[in-house]
Design a protein around this ligand. Structure first.
Ligand code: AMP
Ligand code: MG
Length: 440
């Protein structure tokens, strides 16, 4: 009955969505160079999106999602005393004198397997054969493992005594009725899902997986697997890379390619996607070139913000609330490394806000520079780097150069080194902060 009561509550409790703001609030102030500080831009975007409303969903569907309720157990676990081993349920005092030299014989009065109701009472001087997980018969207080006996079915010889309580998994020894199993804000992983299932819970209140559409734009793009038919074409890396990174955050993702820089083609493709998206991410077409079509087109579809952020790579950034439903859209630059670094700075926190996952932002980790690192003043520089353990210290070395087309180095790195606006040189042995990239 208790479980049914819970289910009813779960189905009824649905959060009302918060309406998005009608227009974009004032953007953060820029420095003398006209650029925004990375954290200011990120916080600005975070202020423009709301967590997705939660609802009751089945346990497995909630894997990786954030729980929006506290859950208490409505049962003891184990729910009944049961056997930890295949063996014989006994009264420990009946076999206290058993030894290898002088085994004790007991009549086997019954057999109980896991799943049997196990109500048969154990009489003094007898044994009941039990399998692992079988209920302990009333009257028994211990289990003699099969290995301590001759394994007999009618009569059993016991060669070793056991203490009262031995090899018995006592009711409530894992979880007590009323214990808190999970708290609001916790992410459901395989282990917590296992715990809830064991406690008989099949539905939870959680925020859904955001539906994210990743759109790459550019007349030069060709899908991998297809030949490059004319000079100037390239294979589309971004939509795959960003879609994979989005998926690794736990979202449902669709990848769309617009191999065009024609305003009408981009407008149409984006408009088509709005219906199924909680978030749209585009790459390409937001800098100052002649064909930066995303920047040209998007203001006609919603309220937009285009900015230069004092970071390298990833300077040009765009954001919009698009279409009737004001779907959030993050417009990333086209260079693959710029797109990826921008993902880490802006998209990942926004996705985490939609999902209600804390912390929103990367937790910087302190490392020791393995060699000298140089950075342009006035910009936050993200260096691709490899972090390794070295005698209990975390040593970090840059891989490759600063250019934002270097996908080989990006693929080889496991961290981003953050070299701040005021940093020009970091010498070997000095401390630097990094973001580890071990989750996608
Ligand atoms: P854009 O931001 O559109 O000016 O593009 C900047 C650079 O990134 C150009 O060299 C583009 O060819 C490249 N680029 C744009 N989109 C992609 C993509 N989806 N995959 C790989 N490279 C891209
Ligand atoms: Mg382009």
């Amino acid at each position: 009955m208790a479980l049914l009561r819970r289910k009813k509550k779960v189905v009824e409790e649905v959060e009302a969505p918060t309406p998005p703001p009608a227009s974009l609030p004032d953007p953060p102030r820029t420095g003398e160079d006209g650029m925004r500080v990375m954290e200011d831009h990120r916080d600005y975007l975070l202020g423009l999106v709301e967590p997705l409303p939660y609802f009751g969903m089945s346990l497995l569907d909630a894997h990786g999602l954030t729980l929006c309720e506290d859950i208490r157990s409505e049962t003891d676990l184990p729910a009944f005393d049961n056997s930890q081993m295949d063996g014989y349920a006994v009264r420990a005092e009946d076999i206290a004198a058993a030894s290898q030299g002088e085994p004790l014989s007991l009549t086997v009065a019954g057999h109980v397997a896991a799943g049997d109701d196990g109500t048969e009472e154990l009489a003094q001087g007898k044994a009941i054969k039990v399998m692992t997980g079988a209920p302990i018969p009333p009257g028994a207080n211990a289990v003699v493992p099969l290995e301590f006996t001759d394994g007999g079915d009618e009569e059993v010889k016991v060669y070793e005594p056991v203490a009262p309580g031995e090899y018995v998994r006592v009711r409530g020894s894992d979880i007590h009725d009323g214990d808190q199993l999970m708290s609001r804000g916790q992410r459901l992983d395989a282990r917590t899902i296992g715990l809830l299932a064991a406690a008989g819970i099949d539905k939870v209140l959680a925020r859904p997986r955001p539906r994210v559409v990743v759109v790459s734009t550019g007349a030069e793009l060709v899908d991998p697997g297809r030949p490059l038919e004319r000079p100037g074409q390239i294979h589309d890396a971004n939509s795959f890379m960003i879609a994979a990174a989005v998926k690794a955050e736990g979202c449902q993702v669709w990848r769309v390619q617009v191999a065009s820089d024609e305003p009408e083609a981009v407008r149409e493709a984006i408009t088509d996607q709005l219906i199924r998206a909680d978030l749209v991410i585009t790459t390409g077409g937001v800098s100052k070139g002649d064909h930066d079509v995303v920047k040209q087109v998007m203001p006609s579809l919603g309220t937009c913000d285009f900015a230069e952020v004092a970071m390298q790579p990833g300077k040009p950034q765009g954001f919009g609330l698009i279409g009737e439903d004001r779907v959030p859209m993050i417009m990333l630059p086209g260079n693959p490394v710029s797109a990826y670094v921008s993902f880490q700075c802006f998209v990942r926190p926004v996705i985490r806000k939609l999902m209600g996952v804390e912390p929103l932002n990367h937790h910087p980790v302190r490392c020791v520079a393995g060699s000298v690192m140089r950075s342009a003043k006035g910009k936050l520089q993200f260096g691709r780097a490899i972090v390794r353990e070295d005698n209990g210290r975390r040593l970090v070395d840059l891989v490759g150069g600063h250019s934002s087309h270097l996908l080989g180095d990006l693929a080889a790195c496991n961290a981003l080194v953050l070299l701040g606006e005021d940093t020009e040189v970091v010498n070997a042995g000095e401390r630097v902060m990094v973001w580890m990239l071990d989750n996608d």
